[in-house]
Ligand binder design. Sequence first.
Ligand code: GRF
Length: 205
Amino acid sequence: MRLPSIVVLISGSGSNLQALIDNQGSDYKITHVISNKKAAYGLERAAKASIPTSVHNIIPYRKRHPDDVSAARADFDKELAQRIKELKPDLVVCAGWMHILSSECLRPLKEAGVPLINLHPALPGAFDGAHAIDRAYDAFQKGEITKTGCMIHWVIEEVDRGEPLLIKEIEMKKEESQDDLETRIHSVEHVAIVEGTNMALAHRA
Ligand code: GRF
């Protein structure tokens, strides 16, 4: 029986991709990795695991629309959706993917029946967007929060606001450095990304 196929989107070191690589084989197969940054170390991780990769970078689109950033992003998103559709995955996993996907990408994938999930290193609605760990740490120092966490959620247009599939809470500790908190969060993410991927695949019709 064919294993469900997943395409993983990355932008950086790919430690979450590595967790997916280390756990593939019985529940899913990573058929392609796409990075929006050609220098992403995650591309090397995929290559070492003999997983096909491609780079989908914004620069060519900025050159095509030198005076219109939104047109460049729309083209980038449209063609990303087209590339993903051609790969025919059962699921797209955004694992450290640092580009906001607009409806130009999400609508065609929805019409093609390709769901997307995203890993976000914060609790639902707490610190949407970038630098979530830094912002949680600062809020803890100010006494505003006592816990943070990470989640896997369905991707919708509203950034990091899709319905959560999996939420893992992390108690924050006094005297803990930001680096140590970040290390703890990443280790929880590496479990969540695999669990959340399997949960999303179980949702398929
Ligand atoms: C993770 O914390 C992820 O939640 C955030 O960026 C980081 C990516 O790490 N979006 P990696 O590239 O998977 O190592």
